[in-house]
Design a protein around this ligand. Structure first.
Ligand code: FAD
Ligand code: EPU
Length: 336
């Protein structure tokens, strides 16, 4: 057991916030995790890639980085391959593994930062696909019962950027591995306009999961700031859902507003980035905390921002959107 004391977490959160953990260790197996838990009376903070957290202060307890590795084919039938990946695998490494073996389903989720184990936390999604669409089951260690449980698709209560692990089981479960159900004959998702445009631009004549992956990578690289260059955690807020009546009223007042049908047409999901931009936040900088100049949904750390400064900026943004549009935004990033 190798526990470090009083260590900076700056390099392991993509916002690059310089906070300290009283105790820190990594674990590469359930046995190592259980051994480390004996050391910590309170629930530890589990980290994967640190790409969806904002630290607002030092962590007084134990931080544990999940490094459980391994990707294996556990079962296959006529249509599907069932592939189990350790929670500490890098998500995009897993995507590449699937692409190389012609297993379809995760190509639209290419290049999302972070670990396999954190992916079910908020049911990661991009370009028309969410992990719930390829999820089979996961194993998690329950810190209260001190047992490993299997969660099937229904158990996880997946929603848009939601799961049971962000709600009832918050800080209670350590996800150990995830099994995905991938297609042998892929079904292509190109309904997101930008994907079709990018495939055309690339001159792709025959669709393939590799071509879609490359299109998604190109779009992401052109739009989203690279955390290696400028600290960020992707979209800071969720895109809010409103009733269709509210949508009609907003559309009448703001004809340019961007929204998409949600809940099978029963509601409308609004593009929060558009509303934030209309409130004049795009490119605004307060010290080293800022609202990104190309993507207003992304808050950034230009260098030495404290988590609290980024949080305060997010609060101002949230309030101004509510004042102008009567819509309350919800933070997507986990505030710690
Ligand atoms: P962390 O930030 O380490 O942890 C996130 C939360 O999960 C924390 O609460 C942590 O305690 C908990 N956690 C982590 N691992 C475990 C585990 N094994 N067991 C239990 N709890 C755990 N997200 C999308 O959905 N779609 C996108 O398109 C997208 N684009 C992004 C682009 C950029 C540039 C960035 C920086 C982020 C983006 N994100 C996106 C957000 C982020 O990539 C995902 O939320 C990702 O799943 C986080 O993984 P992580 O390992 O870094 O999690
Ligand atoms: N828009 C603006 N101004 C902005 C930003 C966006 O007007 O500053 C408009 C765009 O022009 C577009 C619409 O808003 O019409 C949507 O923008 P985009 O396609 O860039 O997607 P998004 O809503 O900003 C969401 C996810 C991303 C995901 C992409 C692609 C959320 C909270 N965010 O972003 O996920 O990669 O769609 O599917 O749902 C993340 O969760 O961290 C993340 C990056």
């Amino acid at each position: 057991m190798n526990i470090t004391e009083n260590i900076s977490l700056q390099a392991i959160n993509t916002f690059g916030i310089d906070v300290r953990a009283r105790y820190f260790s990594a674990f590469a197996s359930l046995e190592e995790l259980v051994e480390l838990l004996d050391f910590s009376p309170a629930a530890p903070l589990i980290l994967g890639g640190g790409s969806n957290v904002l630290f607002t202060g030092d962590v007084e307890g134990l931080v544990l980085k999940n490094e459980i590795k391994g990707i294996e084919l556990v079962f296959e039938d006529e249509e599907y391959c069932y592939v189990k990946a350790g929670a500490g695998e890098v998500w995009h490494t897993f995507v590449l593994h699937c692409l190389e073996r012609d297993m379809g389903g995760v190509e639209n989720l290419s290049l999302i930062p972070g670990s396999v184990g954190a992916a079910p936390m908020q049911n990661i999604g991009a370009y028309g696909v969410e992990i719930k669409d390829v999820f089979h089951e996961l194993e998690a260690y329950d810190l209260v019962d001190q047992k490993v449980y299997t969660f099937t698709l229904n158990d996880c209560a997946f929603g848009y950027r939601e799961s049971i692990f962000k709600r009832e089981y918050k800080n209670r479960c350590v996800i150990l591995n995830v099994t995905f159900r991938l297609r042998k004959r892929p079904v292509f998702h190109t309904e997101y306009g930008a994907i079709r445009e990018e495939l055309d631009r690339m001159g792709v004549r025959e669709l393939s999961i590799k071509a879609i992956s490359q299109a998604v990578i190109n779009i992401r690289q052109s739009k989203l700031p690279d955390p290696a260059v400028i600290g960020n955690a992707g979209s800071f807020f969720k895109n809010p859902t409103v009733s269709n009546d509210k949508w009609a009223a907003l559309k009448a007042e703001y004809p340019g507003i961007v929204g998409y049908p949600a809940a099978d047409g029963a509601a409308t999901k609004l593009a929060a980035g558009w509303m934030i931009e209309q409130c004049g936040w795009k490119g605004v900088r307060r010290g080293d905390a800022g609202c990104h100049a190309k993507q207003a949904l992304v808050l950034v750390n230009y260098g030495q921002a404290r988590g609290e400064e980024i949080y305060n900026l997010s609060e101002e943004i949230l309030q101004s959107v509510e004042r102008k549009f009567g819509v309350r935004l919800e933070r997507e990033v986990n505030i710690l």
